[in-house]
Design a protein around this ligand. Structure first.
Ligand SMILES: C[S@@+](CC[C@H](N)C(=O)[O-])C[C@H]1O[C@@H](n2cnc3c(N)ncnc32)[C@H](O)[C@@H]1O
Length: 253
């Protein structure tokens, strides 16, 4: 039994592969599975080795494997319970092509590891160390995790390797990543806004209505009130209802 967590296993299935997870470890990755499948197919086709960084229970990585978009998978998370969860999925499905590491960023990754594509849904909000210690799903203290990730990733990427991380407009702007990426032997390719079908939009709106804060209402109100700032406010409104974006970067060769 995992320390501190009840054995409340949930299962989600992708193409017959059963992914085990615990609600307490769920960082929302299931919401991005559809986007990742589409984007990986469009941008890279089938790849050999994928790493899911900050994997939690590995929804994104396992679903890419299940749909045949990669051959081998490596999962990384700082939380030993998340990695135990991944190992349960690996064993239950008899997977021989998946490895999983408990790591603070890359500190336990073998030096010769190489990946063609790194995906992930890292913590999306800047905060203090204290906040991070309380919530490792949401908080990246002083962007330490992102900075160490982009500093270290180049040596693990194959020559044409890419990184595609999902981020949140409510916590960051693409400019922050562009600066960090370009400093670290990588090229910033572009940010990608996911396209949503009607059902996905509907689900997203319901989820957002439940999570709205007073400041969000104020932003929406100022959109109608201030004509001069219409374009800026329109951006705020769109970002409020579709806050995620993908950051694509590539290894410099
Ligand atoms: C937003 S959650 C995403 C979890 C999972 N990928 C999902 O989408 O459900 C962020 C994940 O980052 C992990 N994390 C936090 N700090 C980390 C670090 N220093 N190194 C690696 N992973 C870390 C957390 O344990 C958590 O599982």
């Amino acid at each position: 039994m995992m320390e501190g967590l009840k054995h409340n296993w949930q299962i989600v299935k992708y193409n017959g592969l059963k992914i085990y997870y615990l609600p307490a470890l769920d960082g929302g990755g299931r919401d991005f599975v559809h986007d990742y499948q589409k984007l990986v197919k469009q941008l890279f086709g089938k790849v050999d080795k994928v790493c899911e960084f900050a994997s939690g229970c590995g929804f994104i990585g396992f679903s890419l494997l299940a749909s045949g978009l990669c051959q081998k998978l490596c999962l990384i998370d700082v939380n030993p319970q998340a990695i135990k969860c991944c190992i349960k999925t690996i064993k239950s499905n008899g997977l021989k092509n998946v490895t999983a590491y408990v790591c603070d960023v890359f500190d336990k990754i073998p030096k010769d590891a190489k990946w063609d594509l790194v995906v992930g849904n890292p913590p999306h909000f800047n905060g203090t160390l204290k906040e991070y210690q309380r919530n490792k799903i949401l908080i990246d203290p002083g962007w330490r995790i992102h900075k160490e990730f982009y500093k270290g990733i180049s040596r693990f990427l194959s020559n044409k390797g890419s990184v595609l991380l999902v981020e949140n407009f409510k916590g960051s702007s693409p400019k922050i990543w562009q600066k960090i990426i370009n400093k670290n032997h990588l090229s910033f390719v572009k940010t990608i806004l996911p396209k949503r079908n009607f059902l996905q939009k509907f689900k997203e709106i319901i989820r957002i209505i439940y999570s709205l804060k007073w400041q969000d209402f104020k932003n929406a109100f100022s959109f109608y009130k201030t004509r001069q700032r219409k374009i800026k406010n329109y951006k705020i409104l769109t970002q409020m209802f579709s806050p995620h974006y993908y950051v694509w970067s590539k290894k410099n060769i």
